[in-house]
Ligand binder design. Structure first.
Ligand code: PMP
Length: 749
């Protein structure tokens, strides 16, 4: 039946202007006739729709008792029926709430508080409603059914964006689901977005009750503040006003405020999932993507706001006093009681960490830090895909390499595909130290020699052998000194050498290595070096150095080991492995740190021939090395690197960051050198005569920490800022880091 016919026949409305208002499902029209306006709705008939309309009418009837806010009223037909069922449709007429939409208005504090009161009054009025129809509704837009949106995740095109949404799905499972038994439930409007709120002449009003559900009461507020916070510079400030208004009408409970952060995130996740999916069915509709841009904007801000800071703000807004649950001083004291002081803490003011997400971390007081320091979390802190794969594997099987299981083979195959074809055997262990230790053992077994050549300031691990081959440790002021089986040679660092990095510097240092090798009584079994030295102060080995030294070492019967623990897995941008930058193929590669994105895995990769030599010795067994959980995690990391194109991102963001740092170098002469590749960069602070500015480096690091940015210092003089963030670090983060360095240097110099 034609709409105009229905209006005429059942409502006595003729000659009306009909304006179609786009919505997600039902057809909605604004009806204008003479001085009057109405809303006319047509629903596709189903038993569920019929029942829901009945329920909605009952709810609107209840709400009409609230005098200081406006709600739509059902306009009965001429026969005094609340709706018309005709053919496959249900029709009904509602009063129109006139006024400016909240979405078009300036959001003054008073207005936001008023919105809170409207929602609080409404929820209080509905708090005792018992409605079996609404109770059995399971809408995708109801936050308690967030999971129903999971199938839409795949429609989000950008893999990093998808990971962000996945992260919040996972956090919801972790933090919301275990608390639901404590949550109040009631009938709620469930869609108090700012296009459903009207600022009338005398009072605020709310319309569109099509999403009514029986759900956690707090979801009402979660939905409302989600939309209120979109496009706001300081989202929590706006949310605070709404919460205050709501709480004054209908007091909130602490358990509700505790999960509000995750519920806001959940609403944003639903919104972007529905937009992504909606675009596939209605590619031309503006309505399905109406909130998309703002939702992404808030989601990206939300990750930085962090759950603790939000909790603190929400508690305070409701008048509850908030204190960190963990006492930082106590943590410090307990640590000192149980742990040795040989374990150091970062920063003059150590940080009590509570949680992390991608390139951000937050402490027990709710401060968010930008992590420009942690190269272990390659894919980002708590990356949801890695976490999920680890959790699933852990719940299925954990055993050791004495059994057959698929993940071990698959992981070995996938990882070896990343190497030149002659490096085709892998030994899994649990750390970089264990890997370099094993590498030396294998090298000795293969060459039947005992001596090892290392670079000055190199670090390879904390085991007995690890320390023995780490000049950084054994030659330090408290170190044990050099073992007679070790030969060390100066690190080939172009900066400060007076030589150009065009091969001449590399050759100069290779000649030194030659002298050392040739003057040794004993032949060397192995030469181990990082392609870009981490602890040495982010030093890329001078060009052509490795090529020359590898030849020298091989000529006298030794093998060459590349320690890729810090730089491997794409961080360098141009290449996946550091040795590729130097155009060499090592005989053995040592892996660790980023391999498991925080899960302890390491490996030694080598050739068939070298592995064969090792097979002549006793069985090699590592209880945990290569276990199914570690393999699942390692595989997940490789997948994320590929899926999110992290190597390409390291290149792009790294180049951008390096350019910004070089601009600072032009401004501040104390920045003597900016070096490195991709997102593995170093900033050396020194005087013109290369005298290290150790104190300045420490001051800068600690000032950055005060500004909530994490970087480290290293190098033999601790005068090099180490920048090696998770690869989720973005261009904006690069600006933040360099702006802050600029501000601090401007202040202290
Ligand atoms: N090699 C290098 C280059 C490293 O930087 C490290 C750790 N800093 C290691 C090996 C040892 O790794 P782990 O701490 O995992 O034992």
């Amino acid at each position: 039946m034609e709409i105009k016919e229905v209006l005429s026949k059942y409502y006595g409305i003729d000659e009306a202007d009909l304006i179609y208002l786009e919505g997600f499902e039902d057809k909605t029209y604004k009806v204008e006739v003479a001085e009057s306006k109405f809303i006319f709705k047509e629903y596709r008939y189903s038993k569920e729709a019929h029942a829901a309309i009945e329920s909605e009418s009952g709810i609107l009837e209840k709400l009409s008792g609230i005098s200081n806010f406006n709600f739509p009223e059902v306009i009965p037909t001429s026969a005094n029926e609340p709706y018309v069922v005709k053919g496959n449709s249900i029709f009904r007429l509602l009063s129109f709430l006139d006024g400016e939409l909240l979405g078009d208005a300036d959001h003054s504090d008073q207005l936001l508080r008023n919105l809170g009161s409207l929602l609080g009054s409404m929820d209080r009025c509905l708090s005792e409603s018992f409605d079996p129809v609404l109770m059995s509704r399971d809408l995708e837009w109801d936050l308690q059914y967030l999971k129903k949106n999971l199938p839409y995740l795949k429609y989000i095109e950008d893999p990093s964006d998808r990971s962000l949404v996945s992260y919040f799905f996972q956090q919801y499972n972790e933090h919301v689901l275990p608390t639901t038994h404590q949550l109040r439930k009631s009938v709620i409007h469930n869609d108090a977005n700012d296009w459903n709120i009207v600022i009338g002449n005398k009072a605020l009003g709310i319309f569109d009750f099509g999403d009514l559900v029986y759900s956690w009461t707090i979801n009402e507020l979660a939905v409302a503040i989600t939309y209120i916070m979109m496009d706001k510079e300081l989202p929590l400030v706006s949310a605070t006003e709404v919460i205050k208004g709501y709480h004054a009408e209908f007091p909130l409970q602490q358990a509700e405020l505790d999960i509000l952060y995750y519920l806001v995130a959940a609403r944003l996740c639903i919104s972007v999932c529905q937009s992504a999916y909606g675009k596939t069915i209605k590619p031309d509709s503006e309505y399905v993507t109406i909130s998309e841009k703002a939702a992404w904007g808030l989601l990206k801000k939300w990750i930085r706001i962090n759950p603790l800071r939000a909790q603190k703000t929400f508690w305070n807004a409701a008048g509850y006093s908030w204190k960190p649950k963990i006492d930082r001083r106590k943590l410090f004291e307990q640590r000192n009681a149980h742990l040795s002081s040989v374990l150091s803490l970062s920063y003059k003011e150590p940080i009590a960490m509570q949680g992390a997400a991608f390139q951000y971390m937050y402490d027990t007081s709710g401060n968010t830090f930008l992590d420009a320091y942690n190269n272990i979390m390659l894919a980002g802190h708590c990356h949801p895909y890695v976490v999920e794969k680890g959790q699933k594997a852990m719940a299925q099987l954990n055993t050791n390499t004495r059994y057959l299981y698929g993940n071990l083979n698959l992981y070995a195959q996938k990882l070896l595909e990343k190497f030149p074809s002659n490096l085709n055997k892998i030994f899994f262990v649990n750390s970089g130290s264990e890997a370099s230790d094993l590498a030396i053992r294998i090298a000795k077994a293969h060459t039947e020699k005992d001596h090892v050549l290392v670079l000055e300031n190199g670090y390879h691990g904390s085991t007995q052998t690890g320390i023995m081959i780490s000049h950084y440790k054994y030659a330090s002021s408290k170190g044990p000194g050099k073992d007679p089986s070790i030969l060390h040679t100066p690190m080939p660092k172009a900066f400060g050498s007076g030589l150009a990095d065009d091969g001449s510097c590399g050759h100069h240092f290779a000649s030194k290595a030659r002298e050392i090798i040739e003057s040794s009584q004993e032949k060397i079994a192995a030469f181990i070096a990082e392609p870009v030295m981490g602890c040495g102060g982010q030093v890329p080995l001078a060009k052509s150095y490795l090529k020359e030294v590898y030849q020298l070492v091989r000529d006298q019967g030794g093998i060459c080991i590349s320690d890729e623990v810090q730089v491997g897995f794409g961080r360098l941008g141009d290449k996946f492995w550091g040795f590729e930058l130097h155009d060499v193929v090592p005989d053995m590669v040592v892996l660790g740190k980023p391999m498991g994105n925080g899960h302890p895995i390491g490996a030694v990769v080598t050739s068939e021939a070298i592995a064969k030599s090792f097979e002549k010795g006793p069985e090699f067994f590592s209880s945990f090395g290569g276990n199914p959980v570690s393999c699942a995690i390692g595989l997940a990391v490789l997948d994320v690197i590929e899926e999110e194109q992290l190597q390409q991102s390291a290149k792009q963001v790294g180049d951008h960051l390096k350019t910004l740092l070089q601009e600072l170098q032009n401004k501040y002469p104390v920045i003597a050198d900016v070096r490195g590749y991709g997102l593995f960069l170093g900033v050396e602070l020194a005087e013109e005569n290369y005298k290290p500015l150790t104190e300045l480096a420490s001051l800068l690091k600690n000032k950055l920490r005060e500004a909530n940015i994490l970087v480290g210092t290293d190098g033999p003089h601790q005068n090099v800022l180490k920048i090696k963030p998770p690869l989720s670090f973005d261009r904006q983060n690069a600006f933040e880091l360099t702006d802050e360095i600029d501000r601090i240097l401007g202040e202290i110099l």
